[in-house]
Ligand binder design. Structure first.
Ligand SMILES: NC(=O)c1ccc[n+]([C@@H]2O[C@H](COP(=O)([O-])OP(=O)(O)OC[C@H]3O[C@@H](n4cnc5c(N)ncnc54)[C@H](O)[C@@H]3O)[C@@H](O)[C@H]2O)c1
Length: 265
């Protein structure tokens, strides 16, 4: 018996990076995994990897900023699979800008995906989950996991709009946890620097701004971690797997740092 046997899981932004690692991890734990991403080709590629692990999968081309697309995504999942047990709101974007350089367009672009998109995808998913019986008596009817960031736990130079969007994710997680208890659990994950395309972008934009060699910002951040290394998508997937499992049925409203001990509280 695997920990997520019988579960139907949706991961947004799962075409690559952390979301793709979570999709594969859930598949190894026995879940059927729906892979949603604005990049359809990447979504299809991850869904193929998931199927190769021996479980069902479907790729959906979805922009989480579009509330009609989000709602239609849940209709499709429930029509095809009958229910939705796990929703991972992982899709996210970033731009590295000083506060003075941040434009209204930068702000809107980031908030639209990370905050507004997440909020209404969570809302649409929760409506479905609240409507269904639990997989087993005494268990929650569904689990929502939101991808925040260590940047959401405090202001960050060069990441003002992004940090604010991730603080929103942590706050919305708490509101949802209160409103949906005891029927759903809602938690968030706060990764530190994870080796993905997003961090390549951060390093590139930051290095350009400070006229530093490419790779130096990444190296500086990774070497400041007590565990001696940056995080991997699989490090984050491990926590996402725990939060989706029955072992975490009585955990809600929390935000989990996966940062190698960079911040200890
Ligand atoms: N990489 C890190 O260091 C790090 C640290 C903390 C938090 N995070 C968060 O983890 C999540 C995943 O990050 P990643 O590093 O894997 O990034 P990534 O850029 O590698 O992947 C993000 C995925 O989200 C998809 N996406 C973007 N906008 C979308 C939209 N509107 N609708 C649907 N899909 C969309 C992209 O196509 C991409 O596949 C993000 O929310 C990010 O903010 C990342």
């Amino acid at each position: 018996m695997k920990t997520l046997d019988g579960c139907i899981a949706l991961v947004t932004g799962a075409g690559r990076g952390i979301g793709a690692a979570i999709a594969r991890r859930y598949a190894r734990e026995g879940a059927t995994v729906i892979v949603a991403d604005v990049n359809e080709a990447n979504a299809r590629a991850t869904a193929e990897q998931v199927r190769e692990l021996g479980v069902e999968s479907e790729a959906l081309a979805v922009d989480v900023c579009d509330t009609a697309q989000s709602a239609a995504m849940f209709d499709r999942i429930v029509d095809r699979f009958g229910r939705i047990d796990i929703l991972v709101n992982n899709a996210g974007v970033i731009r590295v800008r000083t506060l003075l350089d941040t434009t209204p367009e930068d702000w809107d672009f980031i908030q639209n995906v990370n905050a507004r998109g997440l909020f209404f995808t969570l809302q649409a998913g929760a409506r479905r989950m609240l409507d269904q019986p639990p997989l087993a008596e005494g268990r929650p009817c569904g689990k929502i996991i939101n991808m925040a960031s260590v940047a959401g736990r405090g202001g960050r130079a060069m990441l003002g709009a992004y940090s604010a969007s991730k603080a929103t994710v942590i706050n919305v997680t708490q509101t949802a946890a209160i409103e949906f208890a005891p029927r759903l659990t809602v938690n968030s994950i706060c990764p530190g620097p994870v080796d993905t395309e997003m961090w390549k972008q951060i390093d590139r934009e930051w290095s350009e701004h400070e006229q530093r060699p490419l790779g130096s910002v990444w190296k500086e951040r990774s070497s400041a971690v007590p565990m001696g290394r940056h995080q991997t998508p699989d490090d984050v997937a491990g926590v996402a797997s725990f939060l989706a499992s029955a072992d975490a049925d009585c955990i809600t409203g929390q935000s989990y740092r996966v940062d190698g001990g960079a911040v200890m509280q």
